[in-house]
Design a protein. Structure first.
Length: 106
């Protein structure tokens, strides 16, 4: 059991503490709501993952190659999810904070 006070000192707060910005919070919330898109994206990213991993050397087993392909598929799906989150959240955020309106709506 910890006996020390769990409150962070000013130095600890500066080093470890982090407050998310409004934009970060919105992006995270959007991704939490739409995580299923990333799950589906992993299925469709198979070919891209195979092409990405094909040039990697020193993989001694098929299992090692499969693990690398799965990790690549996860990264590709995450990339796609982040891009979609930015495309959905950023325009409204820019309009709200900087009064920038997309040309299509003018």
């Amino acid at each position: 059991m910890r006996e020390a006070d769990p409150t962070l000192s000013p130095l600890q707060q500066a080093l470890i503490g982090y407050e998310q910005t409004d934009l970060e919070k919105r992006l995270i919330e959007w991704m939490k709501k739409n995580w299923a898109q990333a799950a589906r994206g992993m299925v469709y990213a198979r070919k891209e993952a195979e092409e990405t991993v094909s040039g990697v050397g020193n993989i001694r087993t098929d299992e090692g190659k499969l693990v690398l392909e799965v990790a690549t598929r996860v990264a590709i799906a995450e990339r796609e999810l982040v891009a979609r989150a930015i495309a959905d959240v950023l325009p409204a955020w820019l309009e709200e904070h900087y009064e920038l309106t997309p040309k299509a709506r003018k």
